[in-house]
Design a protein around this ligand. Structure first.
Ligand SMILES: Cc1ncc(COP(=O)(O)O)c(C=O)c1O
Length: 348
């Protein structure tokens, strides 16, 4: 039985178990339905087997060796990946400006961080793709156990994961790809290629672009190492089954005809916006990230105009450009609003 079905089951036992709300006592009434589904590992529900089956099914969908459901974000996936493949005093090559969880993971493993830099685009003010020869130089010079790469970047710049994996293979280095912002990639040929089947470990945030609840995420592995021990160290022994059920439903949706169609529609709608806004330039490898530059405005001015005059909030801005994040929940009418705002921006 799936996790989703287990949550729908009516339990006829009187429970003297955790959680003590017993699915019937709603302290925060607005979340009434959440309480109703907030079960634990009692005999009458027994959700662990369902979780195992859901992760097995996910592994087949992604074509990985293992896919683990995470209810503590990509942060926990990155930490678990590092704890799995790195021992104390080994070196891990990480990007200097990466999400803080990269360096924290290395610290928790008792390992040594070695930092690489990525050049910033002069025109767009955003980090470029990983410089392959620079990475290779580090692997040549230092004894690096694992390399962590963020791809796509926040702004949708994708690194050459296949080539990085080739290099890692040459030097016996594990490759961990932080694909937190690329959770839609495995489900469309019109998006960049996902790292899931290439890297040793790939981490996805479902909550960022794939319509998941905060902070649902996935840790994929293609290598022989077991991630379960590391996950046990950092995870609670009382996982949230409503969140786990939402992960199961999320993956099944993305993999369904309806889900795939929704992603293609999103891509088409964003393509239309980009074609119609002839007064703006767009950049990046991932069409779903709207990284935009207007000839008459700095990134900060454009961001301020959108926020103050058009009630539109972007995800990230720099001096040169502004990035508006789209995902499975971005509606056509929201994109139209943005398109009109960007077109009008000429008149200021
Ligand atoms: C590139 C990148 N990696 C990892 C994370 C951590 O993800 P989560 O919030 O799912 O723990 C973030 C969050 O913003 C991120 O931007």
């Amino acid at each position: 039985m799936s996790i989703v079905k287990i949550l729908r089951k009516t339990c006829r036992k009187t429970l003297f178990t955790t959680p003590s709300h017993g699915q019937k006592f709603f302290i925060f009434n607005k979340l009434r339905n959440f309480y109703k589904y907030d079960i634990s590992e009692t005999d009458c529900y027994n959700p662990q087997r369902a979780l195992q089956k859901a992760e097995e099914s996910a592994k087949n969908i992604y074509g990985t060796q293992s896919t683990s459901f995470l209810t503590n974000g990509s942060t926990s996936g990155i930490i678990a990946a590092v704890l799995t493949c790195v021992k104390k005093d080994e070196k891990v090559l990480i990007w200097r400006n990466a999400h803080p969880c990269h360096e924290n993971a290395v610290k928790l493993a008792g390992a040594i961080p070695v930092f690489y830099d990525i050049p910033i685009s002069k025109d767009w003010g955003v980090p470029m793709a990983c410089d392959i020869s620079d990475i290779e130089n580090y692997l040549k010079k230092e004894n690096i156990r694992a390399l962590i790469v963020t791809s796509p970047s926040y702004e949708g710049i994708v690194s050459d994961i296949k080539e990085l994996k080739n290099i890692c293979n040459r030097y016996g280095t594990y490759l961990i790809v932080d694909e937190a912002h690329g959770a839609l990639y495995p489900f469309s040929y019109n998006l960049p290629q996902s790292a899931v089947k290439i890297a040793d470990f790939t981490i996805h945030s479902l909550h960022k672009t794939a319509g998941g609840l905060n902070p649902t995420a996935l840790l994929h592995s293609t290598c022989e190492l077991e991630v379960s021990k590391a996950l046990q160290i950092i995870n609670t022994t009382s996982p949230s089954y409503p969140l786990l059920a939402s992960i199961e439903a999320n993956i099944n949706f993305l993999n369904s005809t309806r889900g795939r169609k929704k992603i293609e529609t999103l891509i088409e709608n964003i393509k239309t916006l980009k074609q119609n806004c002839t007064n703006c330039d767009f950049y990046g490898d991932d069409i779903t990230k709207i990284l935009v530059k207007h000839k008459d405005y700095t990134g900060y001015e454009l961001s301020e105009y959108l926020y103050e005059k058009e009630n539109i909030e972007d995800e990230k801005t720099n001096e040169k450009s502004t990035m508006l994040l789209c995902g499975i929940g971005t509606r056509e009418k929201d994109l139209k609003r943005l398109e009109n705002a960007l077109k009008k921006c000429n008149k200021l």
